[in-house]
Design a binder for this molecule. Structure first.
Ligand code: IPM
Ligand code: MG
Length: 346
């Protein structure tokens, strides 16, 4: 049976990091079939819609979906009725039911010097942000009162939504779950804290659980990153914390992610970084987060851990050999990075 990968063609640096990713994946897995469809800004330009029904249908039928990034100044607008690339991404996550977003941040020792955090504080860091991805303020009621201009975004969570993401976090944890909320202020956070506590007591009594307020968690992630194992957070807090985790990895260009739903639904695999319009077309983007997202696709989307490890090991070896793109303080190009990783795939 063939394995169909749907590649969503996005914006900015997307094409220049996706093409080498397909090469890297091809070096470890020769039997994947790729189909390409426009998404985000590209799709707005063609169809006035960032995610067409045709593209969504193709995503549903695929074994996995690979995506680089969407968005750019061309589609930036403060007009709430203008189509936005990011809306395509949110609709894709919602429509596929991808409620669990896994964002690992483990610094490669070769990149300790690229982090603003002192090496002795980085050592031993190996954390995973488990971000709820289809609820919260991203998907709550929103609107503008046409008379007064008063505008609202609403944060909403049901107990079931909190419960299912809590299970993902506890299953992934090795030493501890740190659940992040703002339970000293927000009612959704009080619900979050109560449900997470119940899930732990009922199903994972031996896995330590701590609760941190988002402001404190943000501070601690910068000062004592190695103190975290799994960080469990809602959609907005998880978005913010996973960007902060770039400090640990040395660059946001190093962070991959997997967005997963119920068993049997195709996952979406994309780097944490955006479309970087400022460097698009220059051939200098760091493709490693995209390569590592491809590895997450192999592991979590296709159940092919050995091939995933082969990609991850090749990335690490290339860094050990001195590979540094501009975001990591070096001058290697996207093509240099690709060659270095391919050379290390046995
Ligand atoms: C991410 C991005 C998206 C998000 C944007 C582009 C809507 O920042 O995947 O982290 O906020 O989820
Ligand atoms: Mg983000």
């Amino acid at each position: 049976m063939s394995v169909e990968i749907l590649v969503l063609e996005g914006d900015g640096i997307s094409d220049e990091i996706m093409a080498p990713t397909i090469k890297v994946l091809g070096a470890v897995a020769g039997d994947l079939d790729y189909h390409y469809l426009p998404f985000g800004g590209k799709s707005i330009d063609l169809y006035d819609n960032p995610l067409t029904p045709h593209t969504l249908g193709a995503c549903r039928r695929a074994s996995a979906v690979l995506l680089a990034a969407v968005g750019g100044p061309k589609w930036d607008s403060t007009d709430p009725s203008a189509p936005r690339p990011e809306q395509g991404l949110l609709d894709l996550r919602k429509e596929l039911g991808l409620f669990a977003n896994l964002r690992p941040a483990k610094p490669f020792p070769a990149l300790y010097d690229a982090s603003p955090i002192k090496q002795e504080r980085l050592e031993g860091t190996d954390l995973l942000v488990v971000r709820e991805l289809t609820g919260g303020i991203y998907f709550g009621k929103r609107g503008i009162d046409p008379v007064t201009g008063k505008t609202i975004d609403t944060c909403e969570y049901s107990p079931e939504e909190v419960e299912r993401i809590a299970h993902v976090a506890f299953k992934a944890a090795r030493t501890k779950v740190t659940s992040v909320d703002k339970a000293n202020v927000m009612d959704t956070s009080k619900l979050w804290r109560r449900i997470v506590t119940e899930v732990q007591a009922e199903s994972y009594p031996n896995m330590p659980l701590e609760h941190l307020l988002i402001d404190n968690a943000t501070q601690r992630l910068g000062f004592v990153p190695s103190d975290f194992d799994v960080i469990l957070a809602d959609n907005l807090f998880g978005d913010i914390l996973s960007d902060e985790a770039a400090m640990v990895a040395g660059s946001i260009g190093m962070l991959p992610s997997a967005s997963l739903g119920e068993a049997g639904t195709p996952g979406v695999f994309e780097p944490v970084h955006g479309s970087a319009p400022d460097i698009a077309g220059m051939g200098v983007a760091n493709p490693l987060a995209m390569f590592l997202s491809g590895a997450m696709m192999l592991r979590h989307g296709l159940g092919r851990s050995d091939e995933a490890t082969a990609v991850e090991t090749a990335v690490e070896q290339a860094l050990n050999d001195g590979l540094r793109t501009a975001d990591l303080g070096g001058s290697d190009s996207t093509a240099d990075a690709t060659k270095a990783v391919l050379n290390n795939i046995k």
